[in-house]
Design a protein around this ligand. Structure first.
Ligand SMILES: CC(C)(COP(=O)(O)OP(=O)(O)OC[C@H]1O[C@@H](n2cnc3c(N)ncnc32)[C@H](O)[C@@H]1OP(=O)(O)O)[C@@H](O)C(=O)NCCC(=O)NCCS
Length: 133
């Protein structure tokens, strides 16, 4: 069952991210994100356990998909597909016209997954800068 994240899921979500080698989003960052669009942070739950997670954001112009992960024991059952389809549906309801995401260059499986759902690579290079408080 796919549903919106709630704080009681946090430890289970951290376990899924950790099991897939994904960076864990700290609580403080999630608190700030959930003030804006809590309905875009989704989990899949089966038999009381979190099996997958996806963190969506919408900045008013583009949707972004971040930190998609499915527990290694639960893969190839279309859990990620369903999470992304539900996130797309929710972003479309917000009027979002396009979704972006990033895949690490060595993540061939991840890229295969995204291409199958219609997400195609573009040549842009990500640039980033931290802001000091
Ligand atoms: C990528 C990931 C989210 C896929 O989750 P999943 O629930 O197993 O994916 P689905 O079952 O919805 O797969 C849908 C389709 O994507 C493709 N796909 C999924 N995993 C794949 C893999 N390891 N290799 C090649 N293609 C893959 C297949 O076409 C698959 O359909 P099929 O099983 O009928 O062949 C999961 O492997 C994962 O958590 N990986 C680690 C984190 C990661 O890479 N995140 C995404 C990149 S940002």
């Amino acid at each position: 069952m796919i549903r919106q994240f709630q704080w009681t899921d946090y430890d289970a979500v951290v376990s899924v991210w950790a099991a897939t080698g994904r960076d864990v989003v700290p609580r403080a960052e999630l608190e700030a994100k959930l003030l804006r669009d809590p309905e875009l942070f989704l989990v899949d739950e089966a038999d009381g356990a979190v099996t997958g997670v996806v963190l969506g954001t919408y900045d008013g112009r583009r949707g972004w998909i971040l930190r998609l992960a499915v527990h290694p024991d639960q893969r190839r059952q279309k859990i990620a597909t369903r999470l992304v389809e539900e996130l797309e549906r929710r972003l479309a309801l917000l009027g979002c016209p396009r979704i972006n995401l990033m895949v690490l260059p060595d993540n061939a499986a991840g890229l295969s997954f995204w291409q199958r759902l219609g997400y195609l690579p573009v040549p842009d290079v990500l640039c980033t800068k931290p802001l000091r408080p």
